[in-house]
Design a binder for this molecule. Structure first.
Ligand code: SF4
Length: 433
């Protein structure tokens, strides 16, 4: 029996797919080379915004066309969790729609066993995962989120934050490192809050996280992982969670990469989003980090067109981007999500206007990113070779940022010193230093 998993959405979903693959292997399945050859086809969907949902449905329909008549088609992931029954009714081509917290066994006659008993999404986090083929791997350290940002529906279907225990994370990291992984990329919806729920004992278990002196649990975890792996990278840091202690720790790991979830810079708009901070505070923090580590890399993402957004907010964001000179930034238009605070707010912004604002800031940021990349020409950077001819310095996150092109004879997984010889937009070229 062979399986095929098609994954949509963010890195967090990719980790879930790897875990599903690991579970299927333990149940006697092997990976198919294509969806056409599989007996079981799984679509792991994304429900983040309208665009992602449309893409997910399109992919499911495409998989229904590609699979053989007898193969079973299962839809799981965020869309299944959020719209289970509606989806099942709307997609007769699909054998089973099941969230990660449900049994993935199809109704009689169409047995599709992904789990022998109901599997909660917390259990899914702790499933084994198959061997990796690249020298880096995501580790999802928590699921769900305790915050309630005005635009975000994630807590409505992923629930409150459930942190994995330190032991489970360390054990997964150990097996990944033993399998050749050099870089661990830690992910969660709100990474900096890892462990807070365990500290509060929300899971009804003994407190397991290291928490001496009231420090942020993530600090100790990062230190421990960093002593095990060549690189540890932290993604999705809510800005108020970037404490001085965490900054010190990130700088000590030797991967001075700061992925800050800022969403905007205008204070009134951030308050309307029910989020912390403003451009001035963000800038102060960024400048203080740069003063300590001039090579620090910054990434963030921003929403354009949140209800009530004004021309003044847009000017505020442009000034912030020009002053902050982030290395990388992603821009998204606001999408009204059912069940969120912002869904029913007055002053919804026409999509065309949001798009226009997005184009304006994207053009500005593209120029900044290109300038930052050009400035690296002539410098020597430590590079991790991801695949033949493709490497990354600490300044590039896998699958999200640019790459560094290197000689294709370099061994995958090797760490080398590279002299940057050219820049091409987001990508760099390097020779051995
Ligand atoms: S912190 Fe992130 S995941 Fe949590 S509610 Fe806000 S946007 Fe959503």
């Amino acid at each position: 029996m062979r399986y095929w998993i098609e994954t949509m959405g963010c890195p967090k979903n990719h980790v879930d797919s790897e875990k599903l693959a690991g579970l299927l292997v333990t149940q006697g399945y092997s990976a198919a080379d294509t969806a056409e050859e599989a007996d079981l086809v799984v679509a792991n969907t994304c429900a983040f915004i309208e665009e992602a949902r449309a893409e997910s449905i399109e992919t499911v329909l495409e998989l229904a066309e590609r699979k053989t008549k007898n193969a079973r088609l299962v839809v799981t992931g965020c869309m299944a969790e959020r719209y289970g029954h509606e989806l099942q009714e709307a997609l007769p081509e699909v054998d089973l729609v099941a969230g990660f917290n449900e049994s993935l066994t199809a109704p009689s006659g169409t047995k599709v066993t992904l789990g022998s008993k109901p599997t909660s999404d917390f259990d899914l986090l702790n499933l084994p995962r198959p061997a990796v083929s690249v020298p880096w791997a995501y580790i999802k350290i928590a699921e769900g989120c305790d915050r309630r940002c005005g635009f975000c529906a994630i807590p409505t279907f992923r629930g409150d934050q459930r942190s994995r225990s330190r032991e489970e994370i360390i054990s997964e990291a150990r097996s990944l490192i033993d399998g050749g992984v050099k870089e661990l990329v830690l992910i969660a919806q709100d990474l900096a809050s890892w462990g807070h729920d365990r500290r509060r004992g929300k899971l009804g278990e003994a407190v397991e996280v290291l928490d001496e002196g009231g420090t942020q649990p993530l600090i100790e975890l990062t230190k421990e992982l960093s002593s095990m792996a060549e690189r540890v990278r932290l993604l999705y840091l809510y800005p108020s969670g970037l404490t001085s202690g965490l900054i010190d720790t990130i700088l000590e790991t030797g991967v001075p990469y700061f992925d800050l979830s800022l969403q905007h810079s205008s204070r009134p708009l951030l308050r309307a989003m029910r989020r912390w901070g403003d451009g001035e505070r963000f800038l102060e923090r960024i400048e203080a980090i740069r003063a300590r580590e001039p090579k620090a890399t910054f990434r963030s993402s921003f929403i354009l067109g949140y209800p009530g957004e004004t021309e003044e907010d847009q000017r505020n964001l442009i000034s912030f981007l020009e002053a902050a000179e982030l290395d990388w930034a992603g821009f998204f238009t606001y999408s009204a999500e059912e069940g969120t605070h912002a869904h029913d707010l007055a002053d919804q912004i026409p999509h065309e206007l949001a798009l226009e604002r997005l184009r304006e800031v994207s053009e500005i940021q593209d120029r900044i990113t290109a300038r930052k990349r050009d400035a690296l020409v002539g410098s020597t950077l430590q590079l991790l070779v991801d695949s033949p001819g493709v490497a990354r310095s600490t300044g590039e996150c896998p699958e999200i940022d640019g790459i560094v092109m290197v000689d294709s004879s370099l061994n995958v997984g090797s760490v080398v010193e590279g002299l940057i010889t050219a820049s091409h937009g987001t990508d760099l070229e390097a020779v051995l230093a």
